[in-house]
Design a protein around this ligand. Sequence first.
Ligand code: NDP
Length: 244
Amino acid sequence: MNGTLNGKVALVTGASSGIGEAIALALAEQGAKVVAGARRTERLAALAGRACGEVVPVALDVTGRRSAEAAVAAAVERFGGLDVLVNNAGLMLAGPIEGADVTEWTRMIDTNLLGSLHMIHAALPRLLERRGAVVQISSTSGRIASAASGVYSATKFGITAFAEALRQEVTERGVRVVVVEPGFVTTELTDHITDPAMREAARQIASAIRPLRPDDVAAAVLYALTQPVHVAVNEILVRPTDQS
Ligand code: NDP
């Protein structure tokens, strides 16, 4: 174990698959005590079992404020405080605006945007105590909107806006705020798209380029979190080389 995060406590949301799972494993490998949150707790238990380091599963639904508070409380109770919140839980239900199933809009806003906000609200007092860090997993869709990703983009633009406001409020008290904006990553994200044409389009993109792997995003997060305390890496845009 390299141990660059020895003594740190991290809470990672959406750690049951994809990018969140890779981040949880990478932080644990660097010596952090990791609390891994998601709804599929059986997957979290499996993750904890194969982690190189300490990973504790916690049932978490970020759309519920009480659940967010309980996850933060669980981290503090188990490890005595919180240094890092990685807000990663999210979903992308791509599709055109015209004729959309608006319940999908609500799910994306509740999870990607409001969920992140709930987590920050619950965690911030603890992060201020330890001069910690917030990592927001946004997206290239948080910088550039495109057809068929209007609401997903809106949530990711929203995350970035909120993160900048938060940064201005807390940076002088030592809390660092990092926004990570990945391009196309091979995960389960696109499996949840309900529109068959959109799912097929995502499949075609994935087969036409060399997408990022979850580990590539975890490496970006690790980079930001392991800088000296006077260095705030506020934004990382990381795309597949092949992605135009
Ligand atoms: P996955 O579908 O593999 O992972 C999504 C994670 O979010 C799962 O662990 C899921 O866990 C969790 N999650 C979803 N809803 C909730 C909820 N209500 N409460 C708690 N956890 C929840 O996709 P990715 O790993 O790709 O996505 C992770 C993040 O990365 C997302 O925010 C996504 O927008 C972002 N991203 C992904 C890109 C990509 O190309 N894959 C590109 C740019 C950004 P569970 O269902 O067990 O609760």
